[in-house]
Structure formats: C-alpha cells, structure tokens
Design a protein around this ligand. Structure first.
Ligand code: HEM
Length: 373
C-alpha cells in the first residue's frame, strides 16, 4: 500500500484506516539528561519520517555506509515497500517525574487509571515512559521500525515490553470492512471513524483549553492487554455468545435489528418480556448513551503469544483506544464493564498503559514532542 504521510496537524496512526499488523513497544528512559532525551526524540523523528516512506532508517542504510562501522539500518526491510507504516509516539506519566523537569507540564488527563474490578495487571508489561505504536500491513515492516528505534535509542532507552498484534479488531474508516476479533465477532462497528469530523473534534483530539497547550491536537491512548479464555468461550452456545455482546455473530447486527449498522434499541423487549439486548450485554454497557455521550476510537489487535503451559493458547485482544480525556471516556466505560459485563467470565485484563500522544510533526524541522520541551 502507498506510504502514509508522516507530517500533519495530528500524528498518523490514529485516524489512519487501521492497518492489519501491530508492533507496540514501551520504553523506559535510562538517561537522566534532558538534552539526551530531546536529542533522541529528534533522531527518532527523522528515522520515523524516513521509514514511514519506505526508506531505510539512516541515510547510509543497511549496506551503503562505512564497512568498519555498524550499519544505520538493520536491513530486514530492504526491498519491502512502506506497507502503510505509521509510527505514533506517546508519553507515559512516569516521564513527567522529576528527572527531566517536566512535572508542571503533566496533563491532568494523564493521572493514573484507577484499578478496576477483576483486574490482574502485571506491572512488567504495563506503563512505560514512552510508547511507540507501529502499524503496517506487513509485520516485518512494523518490527523493523520498532527495532531500529530501539537501536537508535541504545544507551538512552531500554525496551520495557513489546506486543505483536495481527488482524486489526477495529475499523477506523467507513471505507473499511469490519474485521473480527478472536471471539469471532465483528469488532469496530460502532467505533469512532475518520469521517466523524465533528465527533473527532469533541471526543478524540485534545485542545489547548484542556489544560496543557503542548497537547493541542494530540490524543490520549489507553492500552489494555486482555487475555481471552478462548477454550471456555468455544464451548459456550452461540445464543449465549450473541447475548453477551448483544449482537448476532454472522451479520454483527444488534439483536434488535437486522443489519450491522442498525442502531440498537435498548428499550425493546422480546416475547418473554425481557430486554432483547440484555442488561449485562457488552454493547449496552459500553454505549455512549449511558456515558453522557462518551466515545472511544478503538484501534486494537488480536494476539496469540504462544501457549500458557497449561494446555491453552495465550490469546486475546490488545485493546488500544484513543480519546480526548481517558478519565471522562475510558474510565467510566471500563468501570461499568468491569462491574457488569457478561463478557467478564471469558476475559482478564493483564496489562495497562496510558500515554499522552502529542500533536503531529509539521515538517522536517519539527520533532516528536517539541512543544513539550
Ligand atoms: C463494542 C468486543 C473490550 C468498549 C464492541 C463490540 C464487540 C466488542 C464485538 C460490538 C461491535 C462494535 O461496535 O465494535 C470486545 C471484546 C473485548 C472488548 C472481545 C475484550 C476482549 C472493550 C473494552 C472497552 C470496550 C475494555 C472500553 C472500556 C467498547 C465500545 C463499544 C464496543 C465503546 C461500542 C458500543 C456501542 O456504541 O455500541 N466490543 N470489546 N470494549 N466496545 Fe468492546
């Protein structure tokens, strides 16, 4: 696919029609020198601008430089096209501790997420000072990009954790067909989409008046690694599976409608007098109408990380959602889901992350997070 423009008012990789593959990484910053951090962000930005256009990370490339020096590109993407690669950076709350003098620039929206009922969060795969989301239609291209950022960051950052994802579980544009998650359901039907201009302004992009001017045009990313108990799920009857989501499995229509994009009618009762979309159905509990109009732009991916040593696949959803203020959007929705969602019997949240993703890089003289420093 054609290269996605790296420069713009907003970072690419948010409303960009979701690519098929993910390599997500969270870094710990190991230097305590502010100047080194800024230099790293500048170096990363120029490498990202190149790689997203299908070029090698550095100007000499994998084989064009001094033979006695390590190459400035690792080489595994030689000959591959840009494959729709986007690289999107985010800053975690821990970057705003006293090391870099950024404490007074920490957005209120970056306050820690609360613990939710049923959480089983593993700290080693949660948080991080800086995250980078690489999305592409070729997994080799996504991995190459993250690997080269890690290489460039040697001595200044170390990889805290990384996550591969295959099979987008969301559409972020009406031009895309809705994909399916590992439970076999269409996922992303009622998502915020590129075409929802007014809602994106209200619900996705932070504005200067929100508190921190440097986040004007940015967005907040929540990540949750959600393990699915797929073996148990696969023994649940189809009728129960559909009741859990409140949608049918084939078409993806709400149980009160016939077509995928029909609006759910939560007031409608069946012949038995019970609501056709159950009180504990996922789409009822997550619906904007019960959260004061709060929406999310979901952009998650399926994962299978081998097996768990107990005779089961280690599979699930790497949930990612962008929004203007997680404490007004993700938090109330997840609180409701954690308390009541029928899906909880089949899932477990094992990681958590919250990142402030700055506005876009405007041109070659600009760099990721410039307004912050
Ligand atoms: C809707 C699956 C976790 C928020 C849906 C739909 C499915 C689904 C199949 C219906 C189709 C659609 O509109 O996309 C899952 C699975 C999850 C999960 C399998 C976990 C493994 C979450 C979490 C949140 C969330 C953690 C946020 C806290 C939403 C929202 C909707 C939705 C906001 C749209 C509701 C509407 O407007 O109709 N999800 N979801 N989901 N989900 Fe999830």
């Amino acid at each position: 696919s054609a290269p996605v423009s790296f420069y713009g008012v907003h970072q690419a990789g948010i409303v960009t029609p979701a690519q098929d593959r993910l390599h997500f990484v969270a870094f710990d910053v190991t230097t305590d020198k502010r100047a080194e951090l800024v230099e790293l962000l500048q170096d990363w930005t120029s490498a990202a601008a190149r790689m997203t256009q299908g070029k090698e990370a550095g100007t000499f490339g994998a084989v064009g430089g001094d033979r006695e020096a390590p190459p400035d590109d690792t080489g595994e993407a030689l000959g591959l096209p840009a494959s729709g690669l986007t690289l999107t950076i985010g800053f975690g709350a821990s970057l705003f501790d006293k090391r870099f003098g950024l404490a007074d620039r920490k957005p209120a929206a970056l306050a820690d997420l609360p613990a939710f009922r049923g959480d089983d969060i593993v700290p080693e795969i949660s948080g991080g000072d800086i995250c980078v989301q690489a999305c592409a239609n070729d997994p080799q291209v996504a991995v190459h990009a993250i690997r080269n950022l890690a290489r460039i960051g040697f001595g200044k950052v170390s990889v805290r954790y990384s996550q591969l994802g295959f099979g987008r579980t969301s559409s972020t544009s009406r031009a895309q067909a809705t994909p399916r998650n590992l439970m076999g359901f269409k996922d992303g039907t009622a998502n915020l989409k590129l075409e929802d201009t007014q809602l994106l302004r209200e619900q996705l992009w932070a504005a200067a008046g929100d508190g921190q001017e440097w986040m004007d045009g940015g967005s907040y990313l929540v990540t949750r690694k959600i393990r699915m108990h797929i073996e148990t799920w696969d023994r649940a009857p189809l009728s129960e599976q559909e009741a859990i989501f409140g949608r049918d499995k084939g078409e993806g229509a709400p149980l009160t409608g016939a077509k995928e994009f029909d609006e759910p009618d939560f007031a409608k009762n069946g012949a038995d007098g019970e609501p056709m979309i159950a009180d504990n159905a996922h789409v009822r509990l997550a619906h904007p109408s019960v959260h004061g109009g709060a929406h999310l732009l979901r952009r998650g991916y399926n994962f299978v990380d081998g097996s768990d040593g107990l005779g089961r696949l280690d599979a699930g959803l790497f949930f990612m959602a962008y929004q203007r203020d997680p404490h007004k959007q993700f938090v109330p929705i997840q609180r409701e889901l954690a308390a009541k969602d029928a899906l909880n019997e089949y899932i477990k949240h094992v990681s958590s992350g919250l990142f402030a993703c700055p506005p876009g890089v405007t041109d070659a003289g600009d760099y990721w997070g410039r307004a912050l420093f």
